[in-house]
Ligand binder design. Structure first.
Ligand SMILES: [Zn+2]
Length: 254
């Protein structure tokens, strides 16, 4: 699988700040239809990338397969159908120079793909954004959401503590990736440092108390000019895209 080509391809993806209302409505309809177990209009059980040709080199893509690191169940995370099991496939470009991995991108269905492991409703990410803007640490908002969903399920359907924790970490990375892929005005800032970078978890107090940040004023007042904002944001976007594409070590701050 071509790591560089896959990231380069995904860097072109940009999401609107405001999610169109018809997309949100469509998702709610599918949620209700699935709850009622109707044949028509329910959530698909298998999600397959719609591309037939490689987005980069135009080679014909082969058949869909599991994510190379897939080893467990995948879930739909919507308000109506949390933890609903689904299959999420990928298609890999056969061109040896390219090998870009194409993933499902069901934004029109109000879903955001995290690591081919979870498809979370944009409606849920919007709720998290509002809580985050009110100063709730994003890790707390996510944990509360997943716990509330778990409590609605029968005992037999409930996820183990480890599975729930894993999804919590995925959603944490997914939330930040969704935000960095979203077009926005510069009124919403990202606080952190690049390299091994750190992000404030929800509000100014949490941000300034991050233990990982070791800011040395002398060290950071070199003669070199600062990194342009656009380049900094591109670096942040690239890093988060890698995290939600390849299931690399999850970044999670408590
Ligand atoms: Zn290709």
């Amino acid at each position: 699988m071509g790591r560089t080509s896959t990231v380069a391809m995904n860097m072109n993806r940009v999401l609107p700040y405001d999610i169109p209302n018809d997309i949100l409505k469509q998702e709610r309809k599918m949620d209700v239809t699935t709850i009622l177990a109707l044949k028509e209009g329910s959530w698909p059980t298998i999600f397959v990338p719609e591309e037939t040709l490689c987005n980069l080199c135009k080679a014909a893509l082969g058949s869909a397969r599991n994510h190379p690191r897939a080893n467990s169940k995948c879930y739909l995370l919507t308000n109506g159908n949390p933890y609903h099991p689904v299959e999420i496939k990928v298609k890999v470009c056969p061109n040896k120079v390219c090998k870009a991995m194409h993933q499902v991108w069901p934004i029109k269905l109000d879903l955001f793909n995290i690591c081919d492991k979870a498809l979370v409703a944009l409606e849920v990410l919007l709720e998290l954004r509002e809580l985050f803007n009110k100063g709730v640490p994003i890790s707390s908002a996510i944990e509360a959401k997943l716990t509330a969903w778990t409590k609605r399920l029968d005992k037999a359907q409930q996820l183990s503590f480890g599975q729930q924790k894993y999804l919590q970490h995925l959603l944490y990375n997914g939330f930040y990736c969704w935000e960095i892929m979203t077009e926005r005005s510069m009124n919403n800032g990202i606080c952190g440092i690049i390299g091994q970078f750190y992000l404030g978890d929800g509000n100014q107090k949490n941000c300034c108390s991050l233990k990982g940040v070791n800011h040395n004023v002398k060290e950071h007042t070199s003669k070199e000019s600062p990194v342009p904002l656009e380049s900094f944001l591109d670096l942040v976007k690239k890093d988060w895209i890698e995290r939600i594409t390849f299931r690399m070590q999850l970044m999670f701050l408590l």
